[in-house]
Design a protein around this ligand. Sequence first.
Ligand code: AHR
Length: 498
Amino acid sequence: MKQSIKVYTDLEHGKISKHIYGHFSEHLGRCIYEGLWVGEDSPIPNTEGIRNDVLGALQELNIPVLRWPGGCFADEYHWKDGVGPRENRKRMVNTHWGGVVENNHFGTHEFMRLCELLGAEPYICGNVGSGTVQEMQEWVEYMTFDGESPMANWRTENGREEPWALKYFGVGNENWGCGGHMRPEYYADLYRRYQTYVRNYGDNKIYKIAGGANVDDYRWTEVLMREAAHLMDGLSLHYYTVPGDFWENKGSALDDRESEWFKTLKKSFRMDELLTKHSTIMDRYDPEKRVGLIVDEWGTWFDVEPGTNPGFLYQQNTIRDALVAGVHFHIFHEHNDRVHMANIAQMVNVLQAMVLTEGEQMLLTPTYHVFNMYKVHQDATRLEVNADVGTYKFGDDELPAVTVSASKDNEGAIHVSVCHLDPHRDTDLTLKLNGLNKSLSASSVSGELLTANELNAHNTFERPNEVEPVPYEPASVSGHEMELKVPASSVLRVTIRP
Ligand code: AHR
């Protein structure tokens, strides 16, 4: 039987914040050093120390916001070590990630420059776990104070007279774990205290993000909302898709068994349940939905690639990761009333990365391609979708065979994205657009398709183009509908310009 998707082009559900397409870069493994920063003297072509190949690839994605410096690193980071002449900066040990030397060559100025080059807004995560209130207050003053002040003067001495615009500021990270092993009651009080000194200088208005729950710790959300909702703009949530056991055996990124494929996708759907339940708690304290749920760490987490430093979290990235990304975006879109931002972990060489590097080589991952195909949804209006798409069964369990999301952008173009999870069957879908007053022609439709024949298809430095999108056309277009042939294991985006 033919399956169908109906998109209601006049039934709108609010804006999909572009910040849902945000990123995260931590001082972890080869994300910052090697991945983004090579230094001005490197033989690798660079712009003020930032490697050009990676920068160029990331600029394509329209990255709206970038979180830094961690992660767990944030609660051990002392920002003053990372400003001033680089040769004088303190060398420290990155105790959390691999015990390697951190030379602090990438600090506040370098991060802000990276954001400028990417066109991304900075999202800074402050240190609550091992930092002082004064240190946090001075960092905000250093970055945003315009005029005469000790920190603004120091910024000028260090080469930057103009303050930076800084909107997003996180008050600690994973305060229930690496950020201090606190109870929610204790952290709620600390949050109230620290955030007091995260000041708005001049016109710079900070959106304050409180450290949120780990996965399904609903009590954390309850306590934070009860005690501090009025003092925050956002509350974070972390959830990683781990097919195996987090501590023992997470599973390999390159596993090609269907059992792992199914388990991974099934676990990525858990994001929907988590957002629903955390939002329900938030609704009780904030029915107007002023406080955003900020999913500032998400993505796949597998065992590290054999032979690599276990503290560097370097993993490959396959068509399975592409589907995990697509499924997450559809879930985030669905929760656009509460989810104001999401940041995939992480941008380069760590966990579910956009790009991988090896010396001077770089490759784009299947996840990169999904971010590129889906960027059209940024700040577009979500449309109602009704999908009758059957199920993908594995053993006694099942998943929807297809997930769909649709949006309308400022110019009236309609974007429909489809994730086809079933790895065995190609599917014929009828896509109907309700509410259009003009018939469609083939020339008003364009698309891109990302698919692969192997469950672990991926790009390598030897074969960097194994998984990449190809232009896509519907099998036929007539009236207000079109026939789509959707291959097994694929991510598809169709754009209609009525
Ligand atoms: O992204 C890797 C780590 O995962 C982050 O540092 C931490 O916040 C989380 O546990």
